[in-house]
Design a protein around this ligand. Structure first.
Ligand SMILES: [Zn+2]
Length: 293
C-alpha cells in the first residue's frame, strides 16, 4: 500500500505518492489562496484524485502539511493568514477522510518541513527550522519534542517582531520577521531600489555580480535575519538552525554576511521537505498494513 503526502503552501499545492521510501509520482497545482475555502478543497481533492490514480491500487492514508495553525489531533485549521483566504476553521482531516474513506492526519507546514528534514539528521534533539517562501514558517524541536504551546502556535518565528512600527504583516501586526524576510517581502524591498526586478533569484544574482543596489538589499536582509537568529539562539539555544524555502537556495550569497554561521544547516529536501514531513504524519499506517501482510 502506498501513502499520499500533500503540502498546501501559499503559492502551490504539492503532492507526492510514496511507495515505501520512494516517491513514485508527484503532482502540483497552483493554490487558489484568494478564492476561499471551497476552492482550496477542490484543488486539494483534485490533486489527491490524481495521485490515487497514479497509485493504481488502494492508498493506506493521506498526510497533509498545510500553512496555518493546525490542530495536530483533529486536523482542523485553527488559524490561517489571508495567504489562504477562508482556511481558518477548515476541517482538513474530516473533509479528506469523508471524501476518500482513508485515515488522514494534518499538521502545520513548518512543523512538517522540520520533520521532513529531521529524517536526514535523526540524532538531533534541539533544532529550529525557518522556511522562507510566500511567508516565513518556523518550527522548533525542543528536547526531542515539537514545541506546540497551548494553541498549537508556538515556534512561529515568522511573526516575531523585528521592527516595532515597521511594515504591516499578513497577520495584521507590524514589523514581523515575515514582513522583512519572506520572498514576497524581499522582492518588495528589491523593487524599491530596482523597479524592474523580476524575482528574488534575480536580486541575489545581481548582488553576486556586485550591483550596489542589490547588495544593499541583500545586506539589509542579512541584518534582519541576524536579529531573528539571535532571538532564536537566546530563547532556545538550538544545536542547529535549518534554513529552507526558495530564498534559502540563494544562501551562498547571504550566509557570509551573517554574524554567525557555525550552527546553520541548509535544508536538503528543497521543495520536497513538506511532503516528506506530511508522509511522516501517516507513516504508521504504512507499517501497520505491511505487518498485516
Ligand atoms: Zn506577522
Amino acid at each position: 500500500m502506498s501513502l499520499i503526502a500533500i503540502d498546501i503552501g501559499g503559492t502551490t499545492v504539492k503532492g507526492a505518492l510514496f511507495c515505501g521510501d520512494r516517491i513514485a509520482a508527484e503532482r502540483a497545482l497552483p493554490t487558489p489562496g484568494q478564492e476561499g475555502r471551497d476552492a482550496i478543497f477542490r484543488t486539494l481533492f483534485a490533486l489527491i484524485d490524481g495521485l490515487a490514480e497514479d497509485a493504481g491500487e488502494g492508498v493506506a492514508a493521506i498526510g497533509i502539511s498545510s500553512a496555518g495553525n493546525i490542530h495536530p489531533a483533529s486536523g482542523v485549521c485553527l488559524y490561517a493568514t489571508d495567504n489562504l483566504m477562508g482556511w481558518t476553521g477548515a476541517d482538513i482531516r474530516g473533509e479528506v477522510e469523508r471524501r476518500f474513506g482513508v485515515p488522514c492526519r494534518a499538521d502545520n507546514d513548518a512543523v512538517c518541513a522540520l520533520m521532513g528534514e529531521l529524517t536526514l539528521c535523526p540524532g538531533l534533539r534541539d533544532v529550529t527550522m525557518l522556511t522562507f517562501g510566500t511567508g516565513v514558517g518556523g518550527a522548533s524541536l525542543v528536547n526531542g519534542s515539537i514545541l506546540r504551546g497551548q494553541n498549537f502556535d508556538a515556534g512561529r518565528w515568522g511573526h516575531v517582531c523585528l521592527h516595532p512600527q515597521g511594515e504591516r504583516c499578513s497577520c495584521g501586526k507590524r514589523g514581523c520577521a515575515e514582513a522583512y524576510l519572506s520572498a514576497t517581502a524581499l522582492l518588495r524591498r528589491g523593487r524599491e531600489r530596482i523597479p524592474a526586478l523580476s524575482s528574488c533569484k534575480e536580486l541575489f544574482e545581481l548582488a553576486g555580480r556586485g550591483v550596489a543596489e542589490a547588495c544593499a538589499v541583500v545586506k539589509a536582509f542579512a541584518a534582519d535575519l541576524d536579529l531573528l537568529l539571535d532571538d532564536i539562539r537566546t530563547v532556545l539555544a538550538p544545536e542547529r538552525i535549518i534554513l529552507g524555502g526558495g530564498v534559502a537556495q540563494s544562501a551562498p550569497l547571504f550566509l557570509p554576511l551573517l554574524q554567525r554561521q557555525d550552527d546553520i544547516l541548509l535544508a536538503q529536501l528543497g521543495s520536497r521537505a513538506g511532503v516528506y514531513g506530511a508522509r511522516s504524519l501517516v507513516i504508521d499506517y504504512d507499517n501497520a498494513k505491511e505487518n498485516e501482510q
